[in-house]
Design a protein around this ligand. Sequence first.
Ligand SMILES: [Cu+2]
Length: 149
Amino acid sequence: MGRGWSTLGLMVGLMGIPVMAGGDLTKQEPILVTVQLGTVENELKFVPNLVTLETGKLYKLILVNPSPQAHYFSSEGMAQAVFTRKVQINNAQGKAIAEVKGSVREIEVYPKGTTEWWFVPVKAGSFNDLKCTITGHTEGGMTGRVVIN
Ligand SMILES: [Cu+2]
């Protein structure tokens, strides 16, 4: 028992040392990437339509929808290649109103809405499957590519 407690004491001690936070992604400043879903003129496109990322870095992907209709950001390939830390939903003033934890496959952003997808890419790859899954939008040009180096 004495040995068990001293091991626990050592672990607690180590976790208290700031240096240990080096691998702790909650302490890392995110790299900001913004993708616009649709346009003010209601064009069916992602701006930009190429998102380039690197493995092992924390990203805050800001999905902005300036258009008059809802759009999805959906890439099965990307979804399976990243570790999601959280999704943060903001109100019209940009203030966080909800955080969602767990795996994410696609995100729908309503007109004038903004959502932040915080994740760390864990697998490299080139995914040509970025699209908006609303009927007619993929065919209308709402496609793109996600590259993870
Ligand atoms: Cu759309």
